[in-house]
Each structure stands twice: as C-alpha cells, then as structure tokens.
Design a protein around this ligand. Structure first.
Ligand code: ADP
Ligand code: MG
Length: 375
C-alpha cells in the first residue's frame, strides 16, 4: 500500500492533519522553515527548509506517495516535475492556479453560475471610479494574491477614500468588489476525493474579530432553507472546481435571504475545526481520505450543536498554558493547543470546541472556557 504522505507547511492545520494520518497508519513528513514546528512535533520527520526550496521539495517528493499542503503552495513547475515521477499531488497546481488569484477565482465562480458580489479588475484609479458608478459605494478594494485575515482588503466608503485604499495596498495587483451588507457570514467545508466523491459538512456561522475567524457555530442558526441553499452552492462549487481534498467555502447571507460566495480556501479550514469532536469524521481525516483516494467518511454531527472558539494570543511572550485544570473538568469541552513556542497578539495558539444540546448552551460554555485559559 502507498502510505507515505508529505505535507507542505508545518502549522496547526498540518498538525491536525498529521494526527489523523497517523491514526490511519500513514508515514508523514512535513516541510517547514521553523524547526520543531507544530506539525514537526507530531510527524515522523520534518525537513527544515523554506517552502520554495526546490531541493527540499524534491526530497519530500522522493519520500512521499502523496503530497498535500496546508498553505497555498503552487510552484507549478516543481509540482509537475514530481507528478511525472508518480507522486500524487492534491490540491493540484491547476486547482491552486484557479484559487490563488482572487480575481481569477471570482471569474471562475461567476462563469460557473455561482452568485458572487459584483467585481472588476483594477489597473488604474479610473477603474475604481467606474466601479463606484456601476455598483455604488461602499466598495472593497482587494489584493489579488497572498491575502489573509483581511490584510489584503481596504474599505472605500466614498471618493475621497480611493487614494487611501490604493495607498494601503500599494504595489499589489488589485480588484474591487461591491460591499455586501451581510447579516451573517456562513461557511461550509466540503471534501472531494480523487474518485470524485463529494461531501459537504453542516453549514456553520463564522464570527470574525478584526477579520480573523473567532467563533464558529454549528449548525448555523439560520432558516433551514438558507442552510440548504448554502450547501447546494458549496457542492456546486466543488463540482466545477474538480480538485481533490478539503476546501472551505466562505459565504455571505444578506438581509433578503440571498447567499453569495465570498471565497474558496483550498485547504482544511478554521470553520471546520469543530468537526474533530463534532462530526463522525473530522475534516482532517476527510482530507487524508480525499487525497489518498480512500472512501469519504460520514459528516453527521455527534451532538445537536457545536461551538468552536479560537484561542488567539493576547500578548507577546513565550507560550505557557494556564487554566487547563479548570477547563478539563467541564464536560463536553475539548481543548486543542497548537504547540507554538511563542504567543503573539492575535496569533492562533489553539482552539476550544464545546458540544451541547443547544447552540446557546454550547456558546455560553465556550465563552466561559476561553476566559479560563491563558497562553
Ligand atoms: N464584498 C464584501 N463585502 C463586505 N464584507 C466583505 C467583502 N469581502 C470581504 N469582506 C469581509 O472581510 C473579511 C475578509 O475578506 P476575505 O475576502 O475573506 O479575505 P481573507 O483572505 O483575508 O479572508 C470577510 O470575512 C468579510 O468579513
Ligand atoms: Mg476569507
């Protein structure tokens, strides 16, 4: 049996993927520049090197039957070279190609008939003024590449803010889209296996703080019709995208019940961490199954509701966990610490998932548990 997995990126996503890969008997090697990375701590071997170090990626390819990634890695040349040598790579360079450029991604979604906010490419200031004429203010100016946690976005409320926005994102390739005054943000984690099997996890509500995912509520406390619509859109996205692995589909719910797709994340997603305890098959195990061609597992929830809260750093200092004793006495509360050596402001240091009979019960307990923990 082919049982060697290589992971590009050694953060918490790789770590949680690795736990499940090991459970299924795979050998796991990770590549990451930080020695003893969160993933490196729990796998068979870490290659300490930059993600774009060709020699190191080749070495990883040599000792892997399957290659996957927790980051948006898309050096298509080297991936082509490795796939010619028989390494199975998922998501593929082609899938990353569609997703990594947010403008291309939006074009792809629109072409597939999926609902997205109006958008246009920006080359000059005039393009933004034209967008304002066509879509009206506010607008959201966005970087096409390498954006995360809202860092590639600039809100433009009126004409006088165009230059401020351009200045914030200067020297980046840009596009602009209509601001969606959403009532909630929703997300669905979907998996597509190399065999074409597709499953979609329960649709969740995501609550952001400073553009960083903060709380996830499963199932999303919205009308069943909305959930069904969001789920259909997530599945349709995967039918068109075709890539293999787990993907996060971020969506907006508007006042009048419309669901728009915001973006596709080509990897296991923060909105799916609740699945570790909250579903029969975690998104991480699902990803391993999907990229290695195994049958996909049940996405059924194990409790009526689950709430996940991120443990974001609140200071800069060496990481030291305090308060575990109290939290671990609470039933149906599950703590995950990522093993990062240093706490930084707003850095994702871990997460807590609470299972409950109702969303309210799980939510209140999650807030309480978070307050008990210091890192
Ligand atoms: N068109 C939009 N209208 C309103 N809010 C938006 C829009 N696009 C993004 N946002 C807000 O900004 C956040 C981050 O934007 P997103 O495009 O998802 O970039 P990132 O890659 O940083 O997650 C979203 O979660 C949402 O809260
Ligand atoms: Mg996003």
């Amino acid at each position: 049996m082919k049982n060697r997995i290589g992971i590009v990126g050694g953060g918490q996503l790789g770590r949680m993927m690795a736990f499940d890969a090991k459970k299924l008997g795979f050998t796991v090697t990770v590549i990451d520049p930080t020695p003893n990375s969160p993933t490196g701590q729990v796998v068979d071997r870490q290659i300490v090197a930059d993600f774009y170090d060709k020699k190191a990626i080749r070495e990883l390819g040599k000792i892997s039957d399957f290659l996957t990634s927790e980051i948006e890695f898309s050096d298509s040349k080297i991936l082509d070279e490795l796939s010619q040598k028989g390494v199975q790579i998922h998501p593929s360079a082609k899938t990353f190609g569609t997703i990594n450029d947010k403008l291309e991604q939006k074009k792809f979604l629109r072409k597939a008939g999926l609902p997205v906010a109006d958008f246009i490419e920006v080359e000059t200031k005039d393009d933004i003024q034209n967008a304002a004429k066509n879509f009206g203010y506010p607008l959201l100016l966005k970087a096409r590449f390498d954006a995360y946690d809202g860092r590639g976005n600039a809100l433009i409320k009126n004409k006088s803010q165009i230059d401020i926005g351009l200045n914030k994102l200067r020297r980046k390739k840009l596009y602009v889209e209509k601001f969606v005054s959403f009532t909630k943000e929703l997300a669905a984690v979907v998996a597509r296996s190399t065999k074409g099997e597709i499953v979609s996890y329960p649709v969740v509500e995501t609550i952001h703080k400073n553009n960083i995912c903060h709380i996830v509520i499963a199932p999303a406390p919205v009308d069943k019709k909305v959930t069904n619509k969001a789920k259909r859109l997530a599945i349709k996205t995967m039918q068109h995208l075709k890539g293999a692995g787990v993907f996060g589909i971020e969506m907006f719910l508007t006042k009048n019940g419309k669901v728009l797709i915001n973006e596709i994340a080509p990897r296991v997603h923060n909105s799916g961490h609740f699945t570790i305890e909250g579903c029969r098959t975690s998104q991480f195990e699902q990803h391993i199954r999907a990229v290695t061609g195994l049958p996909l597992g049940s996405i059924e929830m194990t409790a009526p509701s689950a709430v996940m809260i991120n443990i974001l750093g609140e200071r800069q200092s060496p990481a030291q966990v305090k308060g575990l004793e109290k939290i671990l006495k609470m039933p149906n509360v599950f703590v995950h610490i990522y093993g990062k050596a240093e706490t930084k402001n707003e850095r994702k240091m871990g997460h807590i998932t609470v299972l409950g009979k109702t969303v309210k019960e799980a939510y209140n307990k999650a807030i309480k548990a978070r307050k008990l923990l210091m890192i």
